[in-house]
Write a protein that binds this ligand. Structure first.
Ligand SMILES: [Zn+2]
Length: 109
């Protein structure tokens, strides 16, 4: 599971005008992480810290590398998430609640 600042940490390969286009491939954007995967649109779940609670946001539009699994959010999605976080998610509808297990990193490991 990924922690807070995921949305901002990932760049937006679509916005960078980076078109390392291969003749045998479609116009799909390439993954900046592995350099060879293609990014496919998907909806993902993201976790954020909002004050002292962790919240999950489902159905976040994202681009996922079909090779290494790296996940990217587009600028407008990242900005929307920032606004939601700034408002402590009051602008979004809570659709559920989950309990999560908590572990302590083992001593001596
Ligand atoms: Zn990749």
């Amino acid at each position: 599971m990924q922690c807070s600042d995921t949305a901002q940490a990932n760049g937006d390969p679509l916005a960078q005008g980076d078109r390392r286009q291969q003749a045998d491939e479609q116009d799909a954007p390439r993954c900046d992480s592995c350099g060879s995967g293609h990014l496919e649109r998907a909806h993902v779940e993201m976790a954020f810290w909002s004050g002292d609670r962790m919240v999950l946001v489902e159905g976040v539009p994202a681009l996922i590398c079909n090779r290494c699994g790296e996940q990217y959010t587009e600028d407008q999605t990242a900005m929307r998430l920032d606004r939601l976080r700034a408002a402590d998610f009051r602008d979004a509808q809570q659709t559920g609640e989950r309990r999560v297990p908590v572990f302590t990193y083992p001593k001596g490991a």
